[in-house]
Design a protein. Structure first.
Length: 69
């Protein structure tokens, strides 16, 4: 079994937040095509979802995170 510390999960949350900010910039960039903006929006939604679930696991002091295949 693999284990991660609360700090390591917090780092992942921070990285997802930083990437979300970059995607925000792409979605509002003047030179971005509609396809680039749509892809950035989709990725932003996914990153926000993962970030919020990881943050919730830390806040609730969950010791288990299920990986679904």
């Amino acid at each position: 079994m693999k284990t991660f510390t609360k700090t390591e999960v917090s780092w992942l949350i921070n990285l997802l937040e930083e990437e979300s900010r970059r995607l925000d910039a792409t979605m509002t960039a003047d030179g971005a095509t509609s396809m680039e903006q749509a892809l950035a929006a989709h990725m932003w939604e996914n990153y926000q979802s993962v970030k919020s679930r990881l943050a919730e696991a830390i806040e609730n002091k969950n010791k288990r995170i299920e990986i679904k295949y």
